[in-house]
Design a protein around this ligand. Sequence first.
Ligand SMILES: Nc1nc(=O)c2c([nH]1)NC[C@@H]1CN(c3ccc(C(=O)N[C@@H](CCC(=O)O)C(=O)O)cc3)C=[N+]21
Length: 281
Amino acid sequence: MSAQLIDGNLLSQQLRADVAKRAAALTAQGKQPGLAVILVGDSPASQVYVRNKVKACQDNGLHSVLEKYEATMTEAELLARIDALNQDPKINGILVQLPLPAHIDSHKVIEAIAPEKDVDGFHVSNAGLLMTGQPLFRPCTPYGVMKMLESIDYPVRGANAVVVGASNIVGKPQAMLLLQAGATVTICNSKTRDLGHHTRQADILVVATGKRNIVTADMVKPGAVVIDVGMNRDDNGKLCGDVDFANAREVAGWITPVPGGVGPMTITMLLVNTIEAAERT
Ligand SMILES: Nc1nc(=O)c2c([nH]1)NC[C@@H]1CN(c3ccc(C(=O)N[C@@H](CCC(=O)O)C(=O)O)cc3)C=[N+]21
């Protein structure tokens, strides 16, 4: 028996139809939602991602501004741009593409974004609001994962959820959203001893490590939902996730592909957060 795929492109298409409707309603009131994306430096991967984000805005009736800067931009210059965007009434969401060059303190930059425009949900104030159950913005990737679980009507309440990876942008907020939805949550990290011991208990397994094949079929509970947040390249340069997809899909009940899984959902939830920001104005 082979797992059912959770198609992130298809679900995105459905959710983006609602985004476009809400964007049009706001535009009719003279409040077209606007997103500013800042890219410092020119890593090829970041170029692709930011272009996809800007295109998704255009396709769904949001206004977007892409600001590209040389890798030599100073931290002070970046902070000045953020300050200007914080004041700009046409801009409802500000996204600073990570990672930033090493000479820029990314914590300081994120903390400079007005929390009500922090559509990534990375500001400490938004992290605190999420942790205490009063989220303003849910970080896009974990939010997209929750929508994927909703799309298959998965009973998250009471389920064992295991999150592999404890980053501030995926693992930690993912664990928090699953906890708030009633799951029993285990967070594993790069020091976890016997990772398979934990993952084999998972009814819901979310993998976000950036390590190809860190989860193999023998580490998956039969029938589990396997959500692959990884973005890697295989030996042929093809995009792949963190899960050994070809084998794990024979054990799982549901599984997300890479590409076409979590990636497009991340962009969709960025649009949703930008709409919500605009609706609050
Ligand atoms: N401040 C900030 N916010 C982010 O949300 C953020 C970031 N920085 N830095 C980089 C990561 C990465 N990320 C992706 C989003 C969509 C795809 C995506 O759409 N992937 C397609 C494939 C795209 C391709 O072909 O390369 C897919 O999985 O099907 C991938 C990666 C957002 N990030």
